[in-house]
Design a protein. Structure first.
Length: 469
């Protein structure tokens, strides 16, 4: 029998119905697992065992009384520590926020709890979420469950490590340039970056408002696509606190919808040069999609180089200007990785009103061009990054470094300027035994189709494999 902390959501709910395990036992198993893993990997910022045990007793009472199970009844989850949970510290990896404790939940947190989920704690991030490695001066670094000498990724690295190692059945990350999809890739789990507005980002730091609303989104992370879908279903829907939120109903995908889809293998050279093992993993995924009777063919997108330049304009110099203003006089408290990001961004041309307005217009024009090009191609297949996880400290923004983020992470970054949904799915391993994920991409607001194709590919791949920890 598998360890309870590696159950999936559907089988857990069925075991609750059959009285084969109780929410109290399941939460206890996860808390014990956290006690074992936290000293080794450091995924957590805060653990609320008392509240989790109390909520598990409430769930068990509901089941004993014969009440209908809510969609996430008794399911132990975690959230990234940049999302407001009432009464929990929400530092986003920064000494400058170490005393911030929100009084109200982020919208999606309330939705998860209303759906029956039990939140165990929140997870580690790089400072202000601005790196692809999770390390900071407040809570230290998070390690990869496949090999602790390697990074768990960022900025949702604590979340990915917690889920992959069995400390949590799933949770919530956020993504401004691959920050859900890359940690999922590094740690060998699934992660969904949705279209902006499909899941409300209300209660997230930094706030995604104004021209930055297209960049950052929140989304589910889990070990299986079915679990991603279960979390997405509960979390999605409009919210007045998110300016991009829209009343888009959930869609059921039928077998007819999945018949013979045209799937493009993204082959733009400006995305970088993947490792041979990454290319081999992509070829395996393409063959499995062919075996599923989809029409798989190479595709090159125009304007992708411009999309990447625009992403860095907003994510680099524009956002760095805002951080410099808010951290002025407090530079000595900043983490080295944030200081390095600010330094690289500062070498770019100064952001002016004219350059900012032009970038906003160009972003919309590039997005429209990409959507037009994919009118007859509902799904794309690509890498998540050019390589598997790097060793701690190896990645940065400095060009010339083999692990510099502006070269290695392009496969993920362009989606955050175009507003497309992307899903990171485990598919292979490197020679060192590190996970290699592929990325499936859909047109805006077509998350349901994306999840359905990912579920097909996951089934063809075979069962999810846990790390050796």
């Amino acid at each position: 029998m598998a360890h309870p902390f590696y159950f999936n959501i559907a089988e857990t709910l069925e075991k609750f119905r059959r009285k084969q395990i109780s929410p109290v036992e399941l939460v206890s198993a996860h808390l014990n697992r956290i006690e074992q893993i936290q000293p080794q990997l450091n995924p957590f910022v805060h653990i609320d065992a008392e509240s989790a045990r109390a909520r598990s007793r409430d769930s068990e009472s509901r089941i004993t009384r014969g009440e209908s199970l809510r969609p996430l009844e008794g399911i132990p989850l975690t959230v990234k520590s940049c999302l407001d949970v009432a009464g929990w510290p929400c530092p986003a990896g920064s000494l400058l926020r170490k005393d911030y404790v929100p009084s109200a939940n982020a919208t999606l947190v309330s939705r998860l709890e209303d759906g029956g989920a039990i939140l165990l704690g929140n997870t580690n991030t790089p400072e202000f979420l601005m790196a692809y490695e999770t390390d900071n001066r407040l809570t230290g670094k998070t390690s990869n469950p496949w090999n602790p000498a390697y990074s768990a990724g960022g900025s949702s690295g604590g979340e990915a490590a917690a889920i992959a190692s069995g400390c949590s059945m799933g949770g919530v990350g956020s993504d401004g340039g691959g920050s859900i999809r890359t940690p999922a890739h590094f740690c060998g789990i699934c992660g969904l970056k949705p279209t902006p507005g499909r899941i409300p980002a209300t209660g997230h730091f930094p706030p995604g408002a104004g021209a930055f609303g297209w960049i950052g989104v929140v989304g589910p992370m889990a070990r299986t696509v079915a679990d991603l879908r279960a979390l997405f279903t509960v979390m999605s829907g409009p919210d007045p606190g998110d300016a991009l939120s829209a009343p888009i109903p959930l869609r059921e995908i039928s077998a007819v919808d999945l018949r013979g889809l045209r799937i493009g293998i993204l082959e733009n050279p400006e995305l970088g040069r993947p490792t041979p093992e990454t290319l081999s993993t992509l070829r395996r995924a393409a063959q499995l999609l062919c075996d599923l009777n989809h029409r798989v063919e190479p595709i090159k997108l125009e304007n992708l180089d411009q999309a990447l330049e625009l992403w860095w304009f907003f994510f680099g110099p524009a956002i760095a200007d805002l951080f410099r203003q808010s951290t002025k006089g407090k530079e000595s408290q900043l983490s080295p990785m944030l200081v390095a990001y600010l330094g690289v961004a500062q070498t770019e041309p100064k952001v002016t009103l004219d350059s900012f307005q032009k970038a906003c217009v160009d972003r919309d024009l590039v997005r429209a061009s990409l959507i037009r090009q994919l009118r007859d191609v509902p799904i794309l297949l690509s890498g998540v990054s050019t390589a598997p996880a790097f060793q701690h400290g190896a990645g940065n923004y400095h060009r010339g470094n083999p692990h510099n983020y502006l070269d290695t992470m392009r496969f993920s970054q362009w989606l955050n300027i175009a507003g497309f949904p992307g899903l990171s799915l485990p598919m292979g391993q490197s020679l060192e035994g590190l996970p290699i994920n592929i990325q499936l991409i859909a047109r805006p607001h077509e998350e349901e189709l994306l999840l359905a194709v990912a579920a097909q590919l996951e089934q063809a791949r075979g069962p999810w494999q846990p790390p050796p920890i």
